[in-house]
Design a protein around this ligand. Structure first.
Ligand code: JBQ
Length: 225
Protein backbone atom coordinates (compact mmCIF):
# COMPACT_ATOMS: atom_id res chain seq x y z
CA UNK A 1 0.00 0.00 0.00
CA UNK A 2 1.17 3.52 -0.83
CA UNK A 3 0.44 6.50 1.45
CA UNK A 4 1.38 10.13 0.76
CA UNK A 5 0.90 12.65 3.58
CA UNK A 6 0.78 16.37 2.82
CA UNK A 7 1.47 18.67 5.77
CA UNK A 8 3.33 21.86 6.68
CA UNK A 9 4.85 19.94 9.64
CA UNK A 10 6.33 16.78 8.06
CA UNK A 11 8.35 15.76 11.13
CA UNK A 12 5.13 15.45 13.18
CA UNK A 13 4.27 12.44 10.96
CA UNK A 14 7.64 11.13 9.85
CA UNK A 15 9.09 10.78 13.35
CA UNK A 16 6.29 8.69 14.95
CA UNK A 17 5.77 6.69 11.74
CA UNK A 18 9.49 5.90 11.55
CA UNK A 19 9.44 3.71 14.68
CA UNK A 20 8.51 0.15 15.58
CA UNK A 21 5.81 -1.56 13.52
CA UNK A 22 5.47 1.31 11.02
CA UNK A 23 9.23 1.19 10.40
CA UNK A 24 9.06 -2.60 9.86
CA UNK A 25 6.15 -2.24 7.43
CA UNK A 26 8.23 0.15 5.32
CA UNK A 27 11.38 -1.98 5.51
CA UNK A 28 9.35 -5.08 4.65
CA UNK A 29 7.82 -3.39 1.59
CA UNK A 30 4.16 -3.62 2.72
CA UNK A 31 4.04 0.17 3.13
CA UNK A 32 5.44 2.84 0.83
CA UNK A 33 5.08 6.01 2.96
CA UNK A 34 6.08 9.49 1.82
CA UNK A 35 5.61 12.55 4.04
CA UNK A 36 5.69 15.75 1.97
CA UNK A 37 6.03 19.40 2.93
CA UNK A 38 2.99 21.10 1.38
CA UNK A 39 5.10 24.20 0.81
CA UNK A 40 6.90 22.34 -2.00
CA UNK A 41 3.76 23.04 -4.06
CA UNK A 42 3.68 26.80 -3.44
CA UNK A 43 4.91 29.11 -6.20
CA UNK A 44 5.40 32.45 -4.42
CA UNK A 45 8.53 33.77 -2.77
CA UNK A 46 7.09 33.42 0.77
CA UNK A 47 5.79 29.88 0.20
CA UNK A 48 2.37 30.88 1.56
CA UNK A 49 -0.13 28.16 2.38
CA UNK A 50 -2.79 30.27 4.17
CA UNK A 51 -4.76 33.49 3.83
CA UNK A 52 -7.56 35.43 5.55
CA UNK A 53 -11.12 34.05 5.44
CA UNK A 54 -13.78 35.46 3.09
CA UNK A 55 -16.72 36.70 5.12
CA UNK A 56 -14.49 37.58 8.05
CA UNK A 57 -13.89 35.63 11.25
CA UNK A 58 -11.08 34.26 13.34
CA UNK A 59 -7.82 32.81 12.11
CA UNK A 60 -6.44 31.82 8.74
CA UNK A 61 -7.68 29.43 6.06
CA UNK A 62 -5.48 27.08 4.04
CA UNK A 63 -5.29 28.11 0.39
CA UNK A 64 -6.53 25.71 -2.30
CA UNK A 65 -3.69 26.01 -4.83
CA UNK A 66 -0.96 23.99 -3.05
CA UNK A 67 -3.40 21.12 -2.28
CA UNK A 68 -4.66 20.99 -5.88
CA UNK A 69 -1.12 21.08 -7.32
CA UNK A 70 0.11 18.36 -4.95
CA UNK A 71 -2.87 16.02 -5.41
CA UNK A 72 -2.81 16.45 -9.20
CA UNK A 73 0.88 15.52 -9.20
CA UNK A 74 0.64 12.55 -6.81
CA UNK A 75 -2.69 10.90 -7.66
CA UNK A 76 -3.31 7.92 -9.91
CA UNK A 77 -6.67 6.48 -11.06
CA UNK A 78 -6.85 4.30 -7.91
CA UNK A 79 -6.05 7.03 -5.36
CA UNK A 80 -8.40 7.96 -2.52
CA UNK A 81 -7.90 11.37 -0.86
CA UNK A 82 -8.43 11.78 2.89
CA UNK A 83 -8.70 15.12 4.71
CA UNK A 84 -7.97 15.21 8.45
CA UNK A 85 -10.35 17.82 9.87
CA UNK A 86 -12.40 18.41 13.04
CA UNK A 87 -15.39 18.71 10.64
CA UNK A 88 -14.94 15.12 9.42
CA UNK A 89 -16.78 11.92 10.31
CA UNK A 90 -15.44 10.47 13.57
CA UNK A 91 -12.90 7.71 12.86
CA UNK A 92 -13.90 4.18 13.82
CA UNK A 93 -12.60 0.71 12.98
CA UNK A 94 -15.04 0.22 10.03
CA UNK A 95 -13.62 3.30 8.22
CA UNK A 96 -10.08 2.16 9.10
CA UNK A 97 -10.84 -1.24 7.52
CA UNK A 98 -12.25 0.43 4.39
CA UNK A 99 -9.14 2.59 3.99
CA UNK A 100 -6.81 -0.37 4.61
CA UNK A 101 -8.26 -2.04 1.50
CA UNK A 102 -7.29 0.89 -0.74
CA UNK A 103 -4.12 0.76 -2.86
CA UNK A 104 -3.15 4.42 -2.49
CA UNK A 105 -4.13 7.11 0.01
CA UNK A 106 -3.20 10.78 -0.11
CA UNK A 107 -3.78 12.31 3.33
CA UNK A 108 -4.24 16.08 3.60
CA UNK A 109 -3.67 17.67 7.01
CA UNK A 110 -5.81 20.65 7.96
CA UNK A 111 -4.25 23.38 10.08
CA UNK A 112 -5.40 26.78 11.32
CA UNK A 113 -9.15 27.47 11.07
CA UNK A 114 -9.66 25.09 8.17
CA UNK A 115 -9.10 24.30 4.51
CA UNK A 116 -10.70 26.16 1.57
CA UNK A 117 -13.88 24.22 0.92
CA UNK A 118 -13.16 23.83 -2.81
CA UNK A 119 -10.49 21.31 -1.76
CA UNK A 120 -13.14 19.25 0.04
CA UNK A 121 -15.60 19.43 -2.84
CA UNK A 122 -13.21 18.72 -5.70
CA UNK A 123 -10.50 16.46 -4.25
CA UNK A 124 -11.55 14.71 -1.05
CA UNK A 125 -13.11 11.22 -0.73
CA UNK A 126 -13.01 10.83 3.09
CA UNK A 127 -13.25 13.71 5.63
CA UNK A 128 -12.01 12.26 8.93
CA UNK A 129 -11.73 13.49 12.54
CA UNK A 130 -9.96 11.30 15.11
CA UNK A 131 -12.20 12.49 17.94
CA UNK A 132 -14.13 15.20 19.66
CA UNK A 133 -11.32 17.23 21.18
CA UNK A 134 -9.26 20.13 19.87
CA UNK A 135 -5.81 19.57 18.35
CA UNK A 136 -3.36 22.21 17.17
CA UNK A 137 -2.14 20.12 14.30
CA UNK A 138 -3.84 17.85 11.73
CA UNK A 139 -0.57 15.98 11.17
CA UNK A 140 -0.98 14.36 14.59
CA UNK A 141 -4.38 13.07 13.49
CA UNK A 142 -2.84 11.78 10.23
CA UNK A 143 -0.19 9.80 12.15
CA UNK A 144 -2.95 8.19 14.24
CA UNK A 145 -4.94 7.26 11.13
CA UNK A 146 -1.90 5.80 9.33
CA UNK A 147 -0.96 3.65 12.35
CA UNK A 148 -4.51 2.25 12.56
CA UNK A 149 -4.64 1.53 8.80
CA UNK A 150 -1.16 0.08 8.33
CA UNK A 151 -1.44 -2.51 11.12
CA UNK A 152 -4.29 -4.09 9.10
CA UNK A 153 -2.15 -4.62 5.97
CA UNK A 154 -1.46 -8.38 5.66
CA UNK A 155 2.00 -9.27 6.97
CA UNK A 156 2.48 -6.13 9.08
CA UNK A 157 1.48 -7.61 12.43
CA UNK A 158 3.70 -10.54 13.39
CA UNK A 159 0.75 -12.58 14.61
CA UNK A 160 -2.13 -12.35 12.13
CA UNK A 161 -4.66 -13.15 14.84
CA UNK A 162 -3.80 -10.10 16.93
CA UNK A 163 -5.43 -7.71 14.43
CA UNK A 164 -8.65 -9.71 14.43
CA UNK A 165 -9.06 -10.29 18.12
CA UNK A 166 -8.54 -6.72 19.34
CA UNK A 167 -11.41 -4.70 20.73
CA UNK A 168 -13.36 -2.86 18.05
CA UNK A 169 -12.53 -5.09 15.10
CA UNK A 170 -15.58 -6.54 13.35
CA UNK A 171 -14.88 -10.06 14.67
CA UNK A 172 -13.87 -8.99 18.17
CA UNK A 173 -17.23 -7.29 18.69
CA UNK A 174 -17.52 -3.96 20.41
CA UNK A 175 -16.34 -4.77 23.90
CA UNK A 176 -13.16 -3.86 25.79
CA UNK A 177 -10.42 -6.37 26.54
CA UNK A 178 -10.11 -8.11 29.92
CA UNK A 179 -7.32 -6.91 32.26
CA UNK A 180 -3.92 -8.55 31.70
CA UNK A 181 -1.03 -9.42 34.02
CA UNK A 182 2.57 -10.60 33.79
CA UNK A 183 5.34 -11.53 36.27
CA UNK A 184 5.76 -11.15 39.20
CA UNK A 185 2.75 -13.03 40.57
CA UNK A 186 2.85 -10.85 43.66
CA UNK A 187 3.87 -7.21 43.18
CA UNK A 188 3.96 -5.09 46.37
CA UNK A 189 1.26 -7.27 47.89
CA UNK A 190 -0.98 -7.04 44.82
CA UNK A 191 -1.61 -10.58 43.61
CA UNK A 192 -2.46 -11.75 40.10
CA UNK A 193 -6.02 -13.23 40.11
CA UNK A 194 -5.83 -16.95 41.08
CA UNK A 195 -7.82 -18.14 38.09
CA UNK A 196 -5.09 -16.97 35.67
CA UNK A 197 -2.58 -19.27 37.43
CA UNK A 198 -4.98 -22.26 37.45
CA UNK A 199 -4.21 -23.52 33.93
CA UNK A 200 -7.96 -24.16 33.54
CA UNK A 201 -8.65 -22.68 30.10
CA UNK A 202 -12.43 -22.92 30.41
CA UNK A 203 -12.48 -20.99 33.68
CA UNK A 204 -9.94 -18.48 32.38
CA UNK A 205 -12.12 -17.85 29.34
CA UNK A 206 -15.23 -17.28 31.50
CA UNK A 207 -13.29 -14.96 33.81
CA UNK A 208 -11.97 -12.91 30.86
CA UNK A 209 -15.44 -12.59 29.39
CA UNK A 210 -16.97 -11.42 32.69
CA UNK A 211 -14.13 -8.97 33.31
CA UNK A 212 -14.45 -7.61 29.77
CA UNK A 213 -18.15 -6.92 30.27
CA UNK A 214 -17.47 -5.35 33.69
CA UNK A 215 -14.78 -3.05 32.33
CA UNK A 216 -16.92 -2.06 29.38
CA UNK A 217 -19.82 -1.23 31.72
CA UNK A 218 -17.44 0.91 33.79
CA UNK A 219 -15.43 2.73 31.11
CA UNK A 220 -17.53 2.54 27.92
CA UNK A 221 -21.20 1.94 28.76
CA UNK A 222 -22.08 3.36 25.32
CA UNK A 223 -20.70 0.17 23.72
CA UNK A 224 -23.20 -2.07 25.54
CA UNK A 225 -26.31 -0.10 24.47
C1 JBQ B 1 -9.49 16.04 14.58
F1 JBQ B 1 -8.26 15.89 12.03
C2 JBQ B 1 -8.04 16.98 12.75
C3 JBQ B 1 -7.26 17.99 12.20
C4 JBQ B 1 -7.04 19.13 12.96
C5 JBQ B 1 -7.60 19.24 14.22
C6 JBQ B 1 -8.37 18.21 14.74
N1 JBQ B 1 -8.95 18.28 15.98
C7 JBQ B 1 -9.67 17.33 16.54
N2 JBQ B 1 -9.85 16.20 15.93
O1 JBQ B 1 -9.11 14.77 14.36
C8 JBQ B 1 -8.60 17.09 14.00
Amino acid sequence: MKIDILTIFPAVCSVPLGESMMKRAQEGGQLDLAVHDLREWTTDKHRRVDDTPYGGGQGMVMKPEPFFAAVEELRTPETKVVLMTPQGQRLGQPAVEAMASEAHLIILCGHYEGVDHRVVEALVDYEISIGDYVLTNGAIAAAVLVDAVVRLIPGVLGDERSAEEESFSAEGGRILEAPCYTKPGDFRGMAVPEVLLSGHHGKIGEWKKAQAVERTRENRPDLLE
